[in-house]
Design a protein around this ligand. Structure first.
Ligand code: HEC
Ligand code: HEC
Ligand code: HEC
Ligand code: HEC
Ligand code: HEC
Length: 173
């Protein structure tokens, strides 16, 4: 998948006049379909669930990670859909859970392999999820909010108050 996107990026770069940078990481607005239409505006918005209830790894490891079905089942063994009515997607989740089939969520954000990113350092350093991911709690479907370009990283790292470094090896091997 990552390789494919590098290839596509190169292709667009060579074919388009002015060499538009639309490849890896430049997919602002990218919002792939998910196997279950998970609604952040309901869970993180209306129900006011904390981001880290589901993405707890964000403050303790490199990756924020997407939760497993186990976590959803804390509520959805009893909550079958809106206002007590049955919802087909929730039934699908319960079936998958009972049959021990994981839900294959589709990645939205993807940096190229040669970039090192670290959630823990940013979250512990006080950068809000929304600064990078936008108002996720209003999104019915997650979309990539920032372009994830090197320039975007550097614009923030350059601000003296961030105390972040600009060394190439901070972000590259
Ligand atoms: C009830 C659990 C839950 C809560 C609460 C939740 N999320 Fe999520 N999040 C998910 C699931 C499941 C996915 C994968 C499906 C999708 O992308 O819609 C996801 C996907 C994401 C993604 C995209 C991941 C990728 O593939 O690149 C981001 C970014 C994200 N969440 C940020 C947040 C933020 C910020 C909050 C708080 C405002 C939040 N989430 C609250 C469950 C949750
Ligand atoms: C803290 C409890 C809680 C957790 C955890 C939770 N949900 Fe929900 N979810 C709800 C509630 C409550 C509703 C119904 C809201 C209503 O009645 O308006 C709901 C509704 C839904 C619906 C139906 C949406 C609709 O429009 O009817 C889906 C699909 C769903 N959740 C998926 C998930 C997934 C996937 C996860 C795990 C990543 C998850 N939920 C985790 C509480 C939760
Ligand atoms: C400094 C910017 C920044 C902040 C702050 C940030 N993220 Fe991310 N997030 C990213 C980038 C960049 C990626 C893509 C990482 C990759 O492809 O390796 C990402 C990816 C993700 C993913 C996809 C799975 C993963 O772990 O790669 C989820 C889920 C996510 N972020 C949730 C969150 C949540 C929740 C918070 C707040 C607790 C948060 N992020 C804070 C920049 C940020
Ligand atoms: C909105 C501001 C912001 C953005 C955007 C941002 N960073 Fe950072 N970054 C920080 C801050 C602040 C720190 C220092 C946190 C601390 O106090 O340790 C940091 C630290 C880091 C570190 C750890 C540095 C070390 O010394 O180990 C890495 C790696 C990193 N950033 C990579 C990235 C990459 C890659 C991107 C772009 C994909 C990015 N950052 C985008 C604010 C940002
Ligand atoms: C704060 C993180 C960060 C720092 C510091 C950083 N980079 Fe990057 N770099 C990235 C990200 C993210 C990408 C991928 C997105 C892109 O190509 O813009 C990237 C991409 C690149 C690329 C590939 C560009 C392409 O067209 O594919 C090169 C080459 C590069 N960086 C060199 C450097 C050098 C040299 C330095 C030190 C002067 C440096 N980087 C410092 C984050 C960083």
């Amino acid at each position: 998948m990552k390789l494919l996107r590098i290839f596509v990026g190169g292709l667009i770069c060579f074919s388009a006049s002015g060499c538009q940078r639309t490849g890896v990481g430049y997919n602002r607005g990218h919002a792939p379909a998910q196997p279950i239409p998970f609604d952040h505006s309901l869970h993180a918005g209306e129900l006011k669930m904390d981001c880290q209830y589901c993405h707890a790894n964000a403050s303790r490891s490199l990756q924020a990670s997407v939760p497993s079905l186990n976590m959803c089942m804390n509520c959805h063994m009893t909550v079958r859909g809106r206002g007590g009515s049955e919802n087909a997607d929730v039934n699908h989740m319960i079936d998958a859970y009972m049959n021990e089939k994981p839900i294959e969520w589709v990645r939205v954000h993807m940096l190229p392999d040669f970039v090192k990113f670290n959630h823990k350092r940013h979250v512990q350093g006080g950068v809000a999820c929304q600064t990078c991911h936008g108002p996720i709690e209003t999104m019915k479907k997650v979309e990539q909010f920032s372009d994830l370009s090197m320039g975007w990283c550097l614009d923030c790292h350059r601000k003296p108050e961030t105390k972040a470094t600009l060394n190439c090896t901070t972000c590259h091997h």
